[in-house]
Design a protein around this ligand. Structure first.
Ligand code: ATP
Length: 235
């Protein structure tokens, strides 16, 4: 069974076909990159998988569970890292993580342990008392990743996590993703830029105007006729 399975998925906003007949699978324990230009349909597809939006037509499943029919079960399985997330100015890093751990139903010692585990993993230890809106972009992304990992999900869906990061923060984020992949998590990660993803992904999906135009490894994508003209490498 695949970790992610999307079948004949459509999402219309009025006349606009944001997702226009998308089908793909992501095997358990693999890293899949989702590449496309602004407005290609990445976020819409990911939001449907994260149970935050619904298909107009078609199905999306996480570990065999239909996202529309069983959203609560799906939410337990996935960690969702949106491209923008609200980090509250009145909360420090530790208060922020504790708040979300509480919302996930963790109590007492277990809650403190979960929060500490993600602080250790994301290396946010020296910043626990910093107000969350005073973090650098790189540390903000670490906090978003920590939040997504609080319930130790099997599948991580990350919407453009490297956007706006400087090269050092990008390398550090890649390292964390590699560690998570080694632990056996399934990772579905989007970007505008192929080179940001290629080397750490087992497979790549390229979406254009709501349609998947290529699904393969980095090498096959480079040679794919749909992507000739250097478009992918310049975005
Ligand atoms: P980006 O890289 O800019 O984030 P994307 O590939 O994630 O782009 P989407 O955000 O999925 O693309 O958007 C796909 C299309 O759907 C775009 O034309 C966008 O304007 C449109 N769209 C997305 N959400 C809505 C909405 N709630 N209402 C109307 N149109 C929407």
């Amino acid at each position: 069974m695949s970790a992610l399975r999307v079948n004949n998925l459509y999402r219309y906003f009025g006349q606009l076909k944001a997702v226009n007949g998308v089908t793909f699978e992501v095997p358990h324990g693999s890293v899949c990159g989702f590449v496309g230009a602004n407005g290609a349909g990445k976020t819409t597809t990911m939001r449907i998988l994260a149970t935050l939006d619904h298909p107009t037509v078609g199905t999306a499943e996480v570990c065999g569970i239909n996202v529309l029919h069983h959203p609560a079960e799906v939410r337990r399985l996935i960690g969702w890292m949106p491209d923008h997330f609200g980090n509250y100015d009145h909360m420090t890093v530790i208060e922020y993580l504790d708040f979300y751990a509480r919302a996930l139903g963790y109590k007492g010692k277990e809650r403190r342990e979960r929060v500490q585990e993600v602080i250790d993993f994301t290396d946010l230890g020296p910043l626990t008392e910093r107000f969350s809106n005073k973090l650098s972009k790189g540390n903000t992304q670490r906090l978003g990743l920590g939040r997504a990992l609080l319930h130790d999900p099997q599948v991580l869906i990350m919407d453009e996590p490297a956007a706006g990061l400087d090269p050092k923060a990008r390398v550090e984020l890649k390292h964390l993703i590699r560690v998570l992949a080694k632990e056996g998590k399934t990772i579905f990660i989007s970007s505008h830029i192929l080179s940001e993803l290629g080397e750490m992904c087992d497979s790549l999906l390229f979406i254009n105007n709501g349609r998947i135009v290529h699904h393969g490894d980095a090498e096959s994508l480079k040679n794919g006729s749909e992507t000739q003209g250097g478009f992918l490498y310049d975005v």
